[in-house]
Design a protein around this ligand. Structure first.
Ligand code: 0RQ
Length: 504
């Protein structure tokens, strides 16, 4: 393991996770690496959780404030939440134990656009960062860090934190070295300059993360896999959603609005987003590119099959089988996959310049095209906005996708009014369900409503939505965006009371 640390002056910092825990104190702001289950620390979080339990057993308080890149895994967010070792968390999570603690009010969570979090830490919105815990593949001779399967916020936390704990994960492929592009010179207003990334596969930074080695307090070895969640095989619903999107692109190409290379793809987390990419495999399009934050199985397979030329991302979020395909083909993939800081992958300037095609899943949309990505029945946090807002507002084509119903039909994902707003009507261009696609571009609110009801709603709910819309048009004080205010959220209230949005 020690050969992963080429800087011999750092060998005296090697210790166990249990020893390194002494640097982590109650109340500290701790920044960890990690993005969508990739590249998060594997040892320190458990050691911190155990330490917290010991302190609590002695009647002493112990909780840290935790900021990551995005979601981590059971052995990071999960163990810390379970040990009640977290008082605060930002900017994105998806762990069931942590989610429950947030929804019980035990952990304060702040949902932040993923492109904003690094600068918000730099500007001091969260206070000073006491410790950064960063997973790496290794350390170079001159003390630079070689990131692992995600870059996320690692470079910024290394800069911001007063002390650094490094986890060298010897299970991560050492050939990841030179697959990263670490651009840090983002500048501070009013002295910011343009980001000179003109093509999705341009390199503009360094392979490594610069690190002040004097700040390194401890180096710990781990030998653990990333979260590597399994994807379900695309089901019929996902395939139909994918087919609507692919047919739409074929039409855009036919009318000369896009070439057959389309534009760089961003695709969000989850099975549906993955299925859309899988659907591109059999499409007539070629020489595709990716400019995304999470690179999942679907995009990897497009690259391996030659459909996609290159992809830029901040994290590799693979199932165990896809990870194997990645490792087996890493020499082929080396110049086709580029991992960057999330401040770059999600940067509005770049998303706008490249004309990205953005496809993200949602919880619900309303008939006017507002989208809720984060809250169940308006009050319970699911995951967080993640990068969906960064991409939705700035992309050239912004899609939100969902099955038309959830929970065996008890919930309509198209509702009169969303119970929480993440993406406003201004940011949403296409809503797609298995029923069809609503192209909302250039449409007024009432035109949008009719399209969404006709094309996207499930037949079980279509008449009820039409009835709401018709009555609202007749009786609302203003009919620009007609609503029945006393009834707008009644579908959600009915579900809360009866477990079903349908009127029995
Ligand atoms: O519940 O888990 O109990 O089965 O929500 O729904 O359909 O499996 O969809 O896994 O793609 O997740 C929006 C949460 C969708 C995700 C969201 C229930 C449903 C199921 C999950 P179960 P599906 P997905 C890039 C972009 C925000 C961040 C983002 C997300 C569960 O895509 O977190 O886009 N997005 N980032 O039954 C009540 C409804 C529901 C509902 C679905 N209307 N009401 N429950 N469900 N619709 C990545 C990053 O930024 C990191």
């Amino acid at each position: 393991a020690i050969e992963r640390i080429h800087h011999s002056g750092l060998h005296n910092k090697i210790m166990t996770a249990e020893q390194a825990v002494e640097f982590v104190k109650d109340g500290m702001l701790v920044g960890v690496s990690g993005f969508t289950g990739a590249g998060y620390p594997k040892a320190l979080p458990t050691a911190i959780a155990e330490h917290a339990k010991t302190e609590h057993a002695q009647g002493k308080p112990f909780a840290i404030k935790l900021i990551t890149g995005a979601s981590t895994a059971p052995e990071c967010d999960g163990v810390l939440a379970e040990a009640k070792a977290l008082s605060f968390r930002s900017p994105y999570q998806s762990d069931p134990t942590l989610r429950a603690a947030i929804n019980k009010g035990e952990v304060a969570y702040t949902d932040v656009h993923l492109s904003h979090i690094e600068q918000q830490v730099r500007f001091g919105f969260f206070g000073e960062m006491d410790i950064a815990i960063i997973e790496v593949v290794g350390i170079t001779e001159d003390g630079k860090l070689i990131p692992s399967t995600s870059v996320g916020v690692s470079n910024q936390w290394v800069k911001s934190a007063k002390k650094i704990i490094i986890e060298v994960n010897t299970l991560q492929n050492p050939k990841l070295e030179t697959m990263h592009d670490i651009f840090v010179d983002i500048g501070t207003p009013p002295n910011r300059r343009p980001l000179l990334l003109l093509n999705s596969d341009d390199h503009i930074g360094d392979y490594y993360i610069d690190c002040d080695t004097d700040k390194i307090a401890a180096i710990v070895f781990t030998h653990n896999t990333d979260r590597n969640s399994k994807f379900t095989e695309p089901d019929d619903i996902s395939k139909r959603i994918a087919a609507h999107i692919i047919e739409f692109f074929s039409n855009e190409v036919k009318h000369g609005r896009l070439t057959e290379n389309l534009l760089p793809f961003q695709s969000g987390v989850g099975n549906v987003a993955n299925a859309v990419l899988a659907g591109l495999q059999d499409s007539p399009f070629s020489e595709l590119t990716g400019f995304t934050e999470v690179l999942q199985d679907g995009m990897l397979d497009l690259i391996l099959s030659g459909k996609m030329q290159s992809a830029s991302a901040t994290a590799l979020s693979f199932s165990p089988e896809a990870l194997q395909r990645f490792d087996d083909n890493i020499d082929f993939l080396r110049d086709k996959i580029i991992l960057r800081p999330q401040e770059i992958t999600n940067h509005p300037e770049l998303i706008r310049r490249l004309g990205v095609i953005s496809i993200n899943a949602m919880i619900e949309a309303d008939i006017y095209g507002n989208v809720n990505s984060t809250h169940i029945m308006g009050t319970k946090l699911m995951n967080g906005i993640g990068g969906s807002g960064d991409f939705a507002r700035n992309a050239m084509y912004t899609f939100f996708v969902t099955p038309s119903v959830a929970k065996n039909g008890a919930i309509s994902c198209l509702v009169p009014m969303v119970s929480h707003h993440d993406h406003t009507e201004h940011d949403v261009m296409f809503i797609v369900t298995e029923q069809g696609i609503a192209d909302l571009r250039g449409k007024s609110p009432r035109q949008r409503a009719q399209l969404i009801i006709n094309n996207c709603a499930h037949p079980d709910y279509r008449d009820a939505l039409q009835d709401y819309f018709d009555r609202a048009e007749k009786t609302a004080q203003g009919v620009h965006t007609p609503h029945l205010l006393g009834e707008a959220l009644s579908w959600h209230q009915r579900f809360v009371e009866t477990g079903d949005m349908r009127v029995k």
